[in-house]
Design a protein around this ligand. Structure first.
Ligand code: FAS
Ligand code: PHB
Length: 389
């Protein structure tokens, strides 16, 4: 087989990149380890930056998002029962859209089907060969047969546990990592949200987040110790702890119900540089991971895809290679800004019981500064809705 761009991974980054490239007349083949059903079963992000919404519109997959997504002009921070609304609209004239990553992935699959995209599921032993040459190729196993795709470029969209990042030699790669001493226990329930906007709550028992997918589908998280096991948490135990961490108004509004999904995600900040090595380009979680506190993971995958789509369109359609050469620098500049914000929000809203007393004192001071300073609130708002591409 031969194509112009071989894409490893059919998560949001891989599918969105394939969709945008194909709409620009550039051939792709997407290789995915899992089945389509498995990819579509994952429950992940829920908050979409307006820049990512614009990109999904350019890809021709924004219609259902605009019909079923919910525009949020603000969010709420609750600190020791004090609520503070961050008014995105008045502070920075922007907003976010609440629409599940699962739905975005579904919309992308439908659009890729309509374009006749070549997405090969159930592949094994993917290897990227010759990325540092002018003629890279990808080998893999499918249906028990050895396969090969010759291509011009390889896009590594295969997430944190994929093979693409490992293809870049250790001598070339620099990794920056912070592991947080806790995880998020998340629950999805077919119950109404406790509030019409998100509530990030911090208090003596730890962090909680009240989110949603729709007026009848809610997403809830609590901070739990790193070694916690999801089987230790019955629904009743979760609701009881969650209610204790929410501000009183939200706790009183809470409608509980059976969990339809329950899982624990570890939290880390991680960046691997460079994001370009020869003809291999890393996109999304393959290159970086943020703690979900800032709702940046999926949104960073979108901005990486924007920079790579723009660069490849210039290469193929305008015979201009300048943007391809600087893809890594362009993407990393925005990645690191989101890294900083996600780290800052995580430190602000979570308990770090093993930290020195001074460090544990600072979040309350930060919160007081946010209450007293419109400038501080504007800085938070600008980062939360997403910095420009
Ligand atoms: P993905 O991991 O989504 O997709 C990578 C794809 O590559 C997968 O389909 C995988 O099967 C495939 N793959 C892997 N190795 C392969 C190989 N060797 N060959 C072929 N295919 C391979 N972000 C938020 O903003 N908010 C959240 O609340 C949030 N919650 C999360 C919860 C969890 C448990 C996880 C893991 C992540 C969460 N994220 C959240 C981040 C998440 O949304 C990611 O940022 C987003 O999925 C990134 O998309 P991709 O880069 O496409 O990576
Ligand atoms: C979610 O709804 O899953 C969600 C929302 C905001 C976050 C993290 C997760 O910061």
């Amino acid at each position: 087989m031969r194509t112009q761009v071989a894409i490893i991974g059919a998560g949001p980054a891989g599918l969105l990149l394939s969709q945008l490239l194909m709409k620009s007349g550039i051939e792709t083949i997407v290789l995915e380890r899992r089945s389509r059903e498995y990819v579509l079963s994952r429950i992940r992000a829920g908050v979409i930056e307006s820049g990512a919404v614009d990109l999904l519109d350019k890809a021709g997959v924004g219609d259902r998002l605009h019909r079923e997504g919910h525009v949020h002009d603000g969010c709420n921070l609750a600190y020791d029962q004090q609520m503070l609304r961050i008014d995105f609209k008045s502070l920075c004239g922007d907003h976010v859209v609440v629409y599940g990553q699962t739905e975005i992935t579904r919309d992308l699959y439908d659009a890729q089907d309509a374009l006749g995209a070549n997405i090969i599921h159930g592949v094994d032993d993917v290897e990227i060969i010759g990325a540092d040459t002018d003629s890279p190729y990808v080998t893999f196993k499918h249906d028990g047969q050895d396969k090969r795709i010759d291509c011009d470029f390889v896009a590594g969209c295969d997430g944190f546990h994929g093979v693409s990042r490992q293809t870049i030699p250790d001598s070339v790669r620099s990794e920056f990592e912070k592991i947080y001493p806790f995880g998020w226990l998340g629950v999805l329930s077919e119950t109404p949200p406790v509030n019409d906007e998100l509530i990030y709550a911090s208090g003596p028992r730890g962090f909680a987040l009240a989110s949603m997918r729709s007026p009848v589908l809610s997403r809830h998280y609590i901070q739990v110790p790193l070694n916690e096991k999801v089987e230790n948490w019955s629904d009743d135990a979760f609701w009881d702890e969650y209610r204790k961490r929410l501000p009183q108004s939200a706790a009183e509004a809470l409608v509980t119900g059976p969990s339809i999904e329950k899982s624990i995600a570890p939290l880390r900040s991680f960046v691997s540089e460079p994001m370009k090595w020869g003809r291999l380009f890393l996109c999304g979680d393959a290159a970086h991971i943020v703690p979900p506190t800032g709702a940046k993971g999926l949104n960073l995958a979108a901005s990486d895809v924007f920079y790579l789509w723009r660069a490849m369109s210039a290469h193929y359609n305008d015979k201009d290679g300048a943007l391809i050469d600087r893809y890594g620098e362009d993407a990393l500049a925005r990645v690191w800004q989101a890294m900083r914000f996600s780290w800052w929000m995580t430190r602000l809203m979570h308990l770090f019981p093993d930290d020195p007393a001074f460090d544990q004192r600072i979040p309350a001071v930060e919160f007081a500064h946010l209450q007293n300073s419109e400038t501080a609130r504007r800085n938070l708002a600008e980062n939360y809705v997403g910095l420009p591409y």
